[in-house]
Write a protein that binds this ligand. Structure first.
Ligand code: B3K
Ligand code: ZN
Length: 884
């Protein structure tokens, strides 16, 4: 059992820091086993905090203190206290003073990948959220902002490149084959944005001239063998810089922008000032090793980290409860960037798919928390879909409510008013209010109330009066610590369609004329509201929640014909797609109902088959969008619509529907597939990406037939293609069918790519997500494969995360074997890397949604984890809260 129960931190307990640190000078003498850090801090009392000078408490973890000096005086151990959490100086001067700390740490032993660690022989850092305290004793909180100079000393031969934040100001030789480089960051920053990298790195260099004509040097560093895979990231960076100037008026502020790609990384990337550190997965791409989805993610993540320079770095968070201030806003910005670069509806659909499956599940489970959480044990557990993705939806709703121009006025004011400060979500909303002269008090509930609101809609048409009444009711289920909710302010975008598909006027009773445009945003404020649309010559079909205008569940009873109509006619790209998703979900739920009632299967709903036939034989310009229209809702999405999830039934229904559609439309899918083959040179441009996406959607349907034709197509594609998108799609088809060449293809793929770690990850993932029987045995066996590296987070996520997150039918096996497997891995990996282990664990926390047998099995594993010896606070928090 645990000796000490980790204690939560509360937002309500926030108080400003009693001391400030204005300047930090760091000297790193790098050594894999014993790195020496000399930190010289300029400290002073915080004038904003009244009262007698309290003790100065610095955070520090896993450090060995060599010496401590206050001014010129060396302190002896009676003058300070050291503990597991840090260093306390009971008495410090009232005036400003200098503190010099010399500490030692061991980067090689750092398998948690937080603080200073080694990634494949490279020194690198990760300080957000609280990694800086593993480098030196410090006020490790984001509202302490300082100017940094950093000198890095290391062996020249092994570490020729030495990097830190800001501009390089000096360099030289040192004794014993060592050299040094000094960096100076002119901008004040919180310590979580500190970064250091050292090693043998190759560099791709480019240039950028800002809108105001300032030249900036751009450098992407990677291991030498990967240099030819950095071009796409560089192009993305330049696009992002231009986009932020054009759309938010934000220019880059240093003369140098550096990105380093490292293989061992807990998350996607990190926005350290002037020196981003990235997971290789989000930098490296070449058509033969990276898929179109990889290219898209790289563009998005490079953009995201760049956009943080203003939303996160220049203006940062007062405390970690405000995380969404920077993350929600920056995700919104990267989403808009991607939407402008490619297809807006496709981007929106991808975003909403993630939100509706994963974030909604989080919001409905025991770990549900508001966008601005009120307490945490381990802040790293709060880098969640709620803070990021729902946080971005909250920002999007502000834009929807205020209009693009109003929103821009708000962000302009925010940048002007708060530059150089550490602020709160509330400060951001206040800028929106002040710039637009509006009151957003009710809107703020989106930050403080957890849970996904539900909107119930009813539409009644009165032919004699030519009006339509739209009745709207809202509610929000209870979440931990929040039994009752107040009504939200919800922007509901609606359009009205005539039978011929044209848009009808949007005039509310009492208004002199219809509102301009074909979509109108109704601000829903009360628990129940009614809107009367007048001047309607015919009964309209209501297209509601267009563009997914709010992160809510929409409940709107409609018949299948109406859904089929919207699926073919809605001018709103998102809603057209969504109607198809709803239609297919309804069909699958009916299949499940029949099967549960012991009834024989009925023929597949002809409305759906007809709609799909029209699509496959039709012609749409945006082929990515076309592919999405043809893609059935995921098992996760269908599951979310069930009162009690039955993963076996959901899987069977989805497989059956896919197969039936393939049987009914085999010739059509085949024709389209063949028409899309060939030519592509594997370029990454919207047209080529769309073509591949559509082609591989056809292949997926044909593969559901698991017949000779399908086997022949997938093998041919596997052998002929030179691009990873097509190769992986073919391998996926081969692995998910009874293909006679399966073992051979898997082996060939591994042999061909074993020296490319990111491709090896794909090889593990395609097997861990296979839906055919025997997958868990295969996954267990792969734990012993020579390519399975336990210290490489990407590899662990591919094998274990792939299985637990993206293979519901096997993870939820009724004998509990999938759950037990995950629990064993979580306990195993926790000893090495708590952040990674805590993330892997989350699928077990969704137990309430399953039948009593599965609930019992899932809870049993959570209890086993919570009760395990020497468990980290990270895993402890998720496991205990997950038990509810
Ligand atoms: N800010 C980082 C995430 C840090 C996570 C710390 N556990 C990446 C990002 O959101 O841009
Ligand atoms: Zn971010």
């Amino acid at each position: 059992m645990r000796e000490r129960i980790p204690q939560p931190v509360y937002l309500k307990d926030y108080s400003p820091p009693p001391y400030l640190i204005d300047a930090v000078d760091l000297v790193f003498e790098l050594d894999e086993d014993d790195t020496r850090v000399t930190a010289t801090l300029q400290v002073r009392r915080n004038p904003a905090v009244a009262g007698a000078g309290p003790a100065l408490e610095l955070n520090g973890e896993g450090l060995t203190l060599e010496s401590l000096k206050l001014g010129s005086q060396r302190l002896d151990p009676t003058q300070y206290r050291l503990s597991e959490e840090g260093l306390c100086l009971p008495r410090v001067p009232d005036h400003a003073f200098t503190l010099e700390l010399v500490t030692h740490l061991c980067p090689k032993a750092n398998t948690a990948l937080e603080g200073l660690y080694l990634s494949n022989g490279l020194f690198c850092t990760q300080c957000e959220a609280q990694g800086f305290r593993r480098i030196t004793y410090f006020l490790d909180r984001p509202d302490v902002m300082a100017r940094y100079t950093t000198t890095v000393v290391a062996d020249r031969a092994r570490y020729p490149v030495l990097l830190s934040n800001g501009n390089c100001v000096a360099a030289g030789e040192a004794s014993h084959g060592r050299h040094w480089v000094r960096w100076e960051d002119p901008f004040k920053k919180p310590c979580y944005l500190f970064a250091l990298v050292a090693g043998r790195l190759a560099c791709l260099e480019d240039r950028y001239v800002t809108a105001s004509g300032r030249p900036v040097v751009l450098r992407i560093y990677a291991e030498p063998q990967d240099l030819d895979k950095c071009g796409h990231a560089m192009a993305s960076l330049k696009q992002a810089m231009r986009w932020d100037e054009e759309n938010f008026g934000r220019e880059y502020d240093l003369d140098l922008y550096m990105i380093v790609a490292v293989s061992h990384f807990n998350m996607g990337a990190m926005e350290n000032k002037g020196l981003n550190i990235f997971n290789t997965q989000y930098i490296l791409a070449r058509p033969d090793v990276a898929t179109d989805a990889d290219y898209e993610r790289i563009e998005e993540v490079v953009g995201h980290e760049y956009f943080h320079n203003w939303t996160g770095n220049r203006i940062t968070c007062r405390d970690w409860f405000q995380l969404s201030l920077k993350e929600g806003l920056t995700v919104f910005r990267d989403q808009e960037f991607s939407a402008d670069r490619h297809s807006r509806p496709v981007k929106r659909i991808d975003t909403v798919n993630l939100l509706r499956t994963r974030q909604f599940a989080e919001d409905a489970g025991p770990l549900a928390h508001p966008v601005r959480p009120e307490s945490y044990i381990e802040i790293n557990n709060f880098y969640t879909l709620t803070v990021y993705e729902k946080g971005a939806e909250v920002i999007r709703m502000l834009q929807t409510l205020l209009g693009r121009a109003g929103f821009r006025r708000g962000t302009d004011l925010y940048f002007e008013r708060h530059d150089g400060q550490a602020v709160t979500c509330d400060d951001f909303v206040r800028c929106m209010e002040d710039a637009n002269g509006v009151d957003l008090s009710q809107f703020r509930l989106w930050y403080s109330q957890a849970g996904t609101p539900e909107l119930h809609l009813e539409a009644e048409y009165d032919a004699a009066g030519r009006y339509l009444d739209l009745k709207v009711r809202q509610s929000c289920p209870p979440t931990p610590g929040q039994p009752c909710k107040r009504p939200f302010l919800i922007p509901l975008a609606v359009g009205l369609l005539a039978a011929d598909g044209s848009e009808l006027p949007l005039r509310l009773a009492g208004e002199p004329a219809p509102a301009p445009g074909t979509t109108r945003v109704l601000p829903i404020q009360a628990a129940e509201e009614r809107f009367r649309f007048v001047d309607l010559p015919e009964r309209p079909v209501v297209s509601a929640l267009r563009g997914f205008s709010a992160p809510v569940k929409l409940n709107f009873a409609r018949d299948l014909a109406e859904l089929a109509f919207l699926f073919s006619r809605d001018s709103d790209g998102f809603n057209r797609w969504d109607a198809g998703q709803q239609l297919a979900t309804r069909v699958m739920l009916e299949m499940i109902d029949r099967a549960s009632a012991g009834q024989p299967p009925a023929p597949v709903e002809p409305l759906l088959v007809d709609a799909f036939r029209n699509l496959v034989t039709g012609q749409l310009e945006d082929q990515s969008y076309w592919a999405l229209l043809l893609t059935l809702p995921s098992e996760e999405y269908v599951s979310a619509a069930m009162a009690v999830i039955d993963p076996d039934q959901v899987h069977a229904a989805r497989q059956r529907l896919k197969r039936e559609l393939a049987v009914a439309l085999e010739a059509e899918f085949l024709r389209l597939y063949e028409a899309l083959r060939g030519d592509e040179h594997n370029r990454f441009d919207a047209a080529a990406v769309g073509r591949r996406r559509l082609k591989n959607t056809c292949l997926d349907y044909l593969n559901a037939l698991d017949n000779d034709t399908a086997h022949r197509l997938s093998l041919r594609q596997f052998r002929e293609t030179r691009g990873m998108t097509d190769q992986l799609a073919a391998l996926g088809a081969i692995v998910n069918s009874h293909h006679p060449n399966q073992a051979e293809c898997l082996e060939q793929f591994y042999q061909r790519w074993h020296a490319e770690p990111l491709v090896v990850d794909k090889w593990f993932m395609v097997q861990s997500t296979c839906h055919l029987p025997g997958t868990l045995e295969r996954v267990r066996a792969l734990l012993d494969h020579p390519g399975f590296d336990r210290g490489l987070p990407n590899r662990v996520r591919a094998l274990v995360g792939g299985f637990a997150q993206s293979n519901p039918v096997h993870f939820h096996a009724k004998d509990g074997s999938g759950y037990a497997f995950l629990a064993e891995r979580v306990i195993e990996f926790d000893a090495r890397n708590p952040q990674l282990a805590a993330r892997l664990l989350t699928p077990l926390t969704h137990w309430q949604r399953y039948d009593p047998v599965r609930q019992g099995l899932m809870r049993r594993e959570l209890q086993r984890i919570a009760g395990a010896e020497r468990i980290s606070p990270d895993v402890y928090e998720v496991a205990t809260k997950g038990l509810g």
